[in-house]
Design a protein around this ligand. Structure first.
Ligand code: NOJ
Length: 544
């Protein structure tokens, strides 16, 4: 096997593992996960041996002081740790302990909005002539008293809340407790660049930047046009869903700000900027910068919502590979704290294994969401236990709580996550779907993921190699996605059968290869490359 390739940056070679701190491990028994809990589990993530998962970087969702109106995405102090999660000293220890194990630490940066309890906003709303008034987006009502424009909040209702005391509306595209900063004000920019410096100086290795495409809005805050394709069954308060996002996001001037983020990151050694960005491919690609001078990795969510079909997945990958300029490094995400669990979304455990193999073997940086390595499925949240403002405002079927249930460590009460009742219910399957149980079962999802991570880590071709899709004509049934990854004389083939029935994939290749890993974990034989036989939902990594 080829050695780990050192010429790539860590954020290209490595796998990012997203931790939702509230839900990972509760070390002080208050029902909520915390930083010390994460420290306790670092060896699980990577102790340098194949007994651990082998992650290269962790991304922590927000742990800052927050009233938790949006579970930490409403930040009241950018440069501290909420006591619920620990202290700054705990954070420093987390970075130190992670680094000892070769794990990089990426933190969430929430630049678009603060909490309404942030001292900046408290000042800003105190009077119209407060020096911080212009740090947020305040506008007069229309003559009839209605909001300044027609924009809606992603979480339902209008994007504006009226402040009686000062007689103006402030903007918030999430809950009203998340007022939006005015990035056209240079003081805001400076203060928020200082936040980056604060954490960079503390040794963090990078940032996942929340909704960066929203930072700049249309100068005139024009009304968004109606969305002709809006679903007819949207809840009445879903104003956002009925409009096209023309003026509230992805404005050209936002790129100037992102270039400044990049310049700052580049003034340190090898730190990474990852951005949460949606939108069509041609607009999304611009966030890499004209010559790679913006984000290292604009998150690529495109595979997440593809139908379960090899053709759809391949088309999505081919389109990306065809569109990326040479300096732009690809990346793929299949799950996070805002989306249903991938095992549920793609239809089951067999599909989840196959999706995991695809995620870890495509060219580009994979991000894996905590618990997906166990095949965790959507939690069942009784309506009265829904916590997520999106679920509360837009209906239980929209709640993101389903993907935020406690990590399942063992079969003890509360899954070893906590000794007390956790903030969200533990999933019903925890007695069998947990780290201890799956560690003892050789072919479990967890052991599959461990093999997958380490196979990737050890393979220059999988980390770095070119991606070459293989055309399959005349295969029956034709629901396979097959590609080659090649680098420095090492060649790997990945064959993925998306069908729930066996497939014989006619590849046009010749010769034989040896199976390195099957999703079913029961084959390591040599195979004939011209006609690759795959069982239902089977994926193979093959050494050529
Ligand atoms: C995106 C985050 O991923 C999500 O959880 C949050 O609610 C919004 N941004 C607002 O910060």
């Amino acid at each position: 096997m080829a050695q780990e390739n050192k010429s790539l940056h860590w954020w290209q070679r490595g796998v990012v593992y997203q931790i939702y701190p509230r839900s990972f491990l509760d070390s002080n028994n208050d029902g909520i996960g915390d930083l010390n809990g994460i420290i306790q589990k670092l060896d699980y993530l990577n102790d340098g041996t194949e007994k651990s998962l082998g992650v290269d970087a962790i991304w922590l969702s927000p742990f800052y002081p927050s009233p938790m109106a949006d579970f930490g995405y409403d930040v009241a102090d950018y440069c501290n740790v909420d006591p619920m999660f620990g202290t700054l000293a705990d954070f420093d220890r987390l970075v130190e302990e992670a680094h000892k194990r070769g794990i990089k630490v990426i933190i969430d940066y929430v630049p678009n909005h603060t909490s309404d309890q942030h001292p900046w906003f408290i000042e800003s709303r105190s009077s119209r002539d407060n020096p911080k008034r212009d740090w947020y987006i305040w506008r007069d009502p229309k003559p009839d008293g209605s909001p300044p424009n027609n924009w809606g909040s992603f979480f339902g209702g209008p994007a504006w809340t009226f402040d009686e005391a000062t007689g103006q509306y402030y903007m918030h595209q999430f809950v009203k407790e998340q007022p939006e900063l005015n990035w056209r004000n240079p003081e805001v920019k400076e203060a928020m660049l200082d936040v980056l410096r604060f954490w960079l100086d503390r040794g963090v290795d990078g940032f996942r930047m929340d909704v960066v495409g929203l930072l700049i809005k249309d100068k005139d805050l024009r009304d968004n046009p109606p969305n002709p394709n809006a679903r007819p069954d949207l809840p009445e308060n879903d104003i956002y869903g009925r409009l096209l996002s023309v003026y509230n996001e992805d404005q050209d001037e936002v790129h100037d700000i992102i270039k400044e983020f990049r310049k700052l990151l580049d003034s340190y050694d090898d730190r990474v900027g990852i951005g949460e960005l949606w939108g069509p491919l041609d607009r999304w690609i611009r966030y890499y910068g004209e010559n790679g001078n913006e984000l290292h990795l604009p998150f690529n969510f495109r595979l997440m919502w593809q139908p379960w079909s090899s053709k759809a997945m391949r088309a999505c990958v081919d389109e990306l590979e065809g569109a990326l300029p040479p300096f732009a490094w690809p990346n793929y995400v299949l799950g996070n704290h805002d989306q249903p669990r991938l095992a549920t979304r793609f239809g089951g455990q067999a599909q989840a294994r196959l999706a995991g193999m695809m995620l870890l073997t495509l060219r580009g940086t994979p991000t894996v969401y905590y618990g997906d390595e166990l095949g965790m499925e959507n939690g069942v949240i009784p309506p009265e236990k829904i916590q997520d403002p999106q679920g509360i405002n837009l209906g239980p079927e929209r709640t993101r709580d389903v993907a935020r249930t406690p990590m399942q460590w063992d079969s003890s009460p509360y899954a070893g996550f906590s000794q007390v009742e956790p903030w969200l219910p533990v999933s019903a399957d925890y007695q069998t779907r947990n780290v201890v149980a799956q560690s003892q079962e050789p072919n479990s999802m967890l052991n599959f993921y461990r093999r997958l991570f380490w196979t990737r880590r050890r393979s220059q071709a999988l980390c770095e190699g070119a991606y070459k899709p293989v055309d399959l004509s005349g295969s029956e049934p034709d629901d396979c996605f097959i590609y080659l990854r090649e680098q420095g004389g090492e060649r790997k083939l990945v064959a993925l059968n998306f069908a729930g029935q066996p497939c014989k994939a006619l590849t046009g290749l010749t010769g034989r290869g040896r199976i390195v890993l099957s999703t079913h974990m029961d084959r390591d034989e040599e195979i004939d490359l011209s006609a690759i036989e795959l069982r239902p939902y089977e994926g193979l990594i093959v050494d050529l």
